[in-house]
Design a protein around this ligand. Sequence first.
Ligand code: NAP
Length: 352
Amino acid sequence: MSKNEIKVGILGATGAVGQRFVQLLENHPWFRVTALAASERSAGKPYSEAVTWRLDTPIPAAVVEIPVSLCEPGLDCDLVFSGLDSAVAGPIEAAFAAADYAVVSNSKNHRMDEDVPLLVPEVNADHCGIIDRQRKRRGYGRGFIATNPNCSTIGLAMALKPIADRFGITRVAVTTMQALSGAGYPGVSSLEILDNVLPYIGEEEEKMERETLKLLGRFHDGRIKNARTVVSAQCNRVHVQDGHMECVSVALENETDVNGLAEALRNHRGPPQELGLPFAPRRPIIVRDEPDRPQPRIDRDAENGMAVTVGRIRPCPVLDMKFVVLSHNTVRGAAGTAILNAELLRTRGFLD
Ligand code: NAP
């Protein structure tokens, strides 16, 4: 292990998101996985025995023999990524932060805490400044909690950000078609989803409606002030393995046309691209001109699953403009954004 590498642990390492962390962190230039933790059902077993591995690449050789620990401070690492079940994530993540670990989480528990950043680096990198306030308020030393949004919110916010910056957004209506992997394993039963669409995903609409406002909000005077945009979400589960698709209509403060909107999206770049972070896609938003794109099977792996694809940009007769967004829900929508967040936090000195 070189002295520039950071030791990382994964909480919830046996779950759907935990497995993505393990897969994506293999050969990461800055982060080395040295600890894996899950429930007492898994603790004590070597990782390869504890996990039911469901990804299409082999378990990385470096972690096969690592014994799974309980999710308690004392793990041999400085940073933990959390893919914990939200039923238990809240207090476990707080205990790690209090014990001087940097906690970068996927779970919903701390996302809306006023002193916790809800981060997507291409959208609101400056919000990580709230960590100073969090450390002071909570009496943390070098520990802190940073979170990434819900999977469907990440794709939406990435597409909205350049539009909000250039034209201003007053209202958003979004209808999602969300992949099965978003429900974890075993998730939705096959008899429920085959030949079917489920028009309800528990708490998903509320998460999209509130998290989007925090993401598009302004960090000013040590506080995050939510955006005043109104968001209405309708969320559906569809028979797709990976890749959330979203049909979005927006009302704008300043008029534009199809080319203006496409150009704003296509040219969007953020700190990850400017800094050349290891997990940064070259183009965070890919705009497709074909009338039948994006599609989950074809577009979800764009830029290794880290790019969001937008297509079908056209005028909306009810609001102003409409378009379709596609993002990989367990890569850009979960573990991939968490890793990019950790990279950003390192460049901003929060992992020193
Ligand atoms: P999952 O497959 O059910 O995995 C849950 C993980 O939590 C497992 O490693 C499990 O360990 C561990 N766990 C459960 N109870 C525990 C306990 N009492 N103590 C310690 N560990 C415990 O869930 P998931 O789909 O990966 O989701 C994980 C989190 O990420 C959730 O908060 C979810 O909302 C969020 N998320 C998921 C997605 C997605 O696309 N799936 C996207 C964004 C965010 P054992 O194997 O030992 O039981």
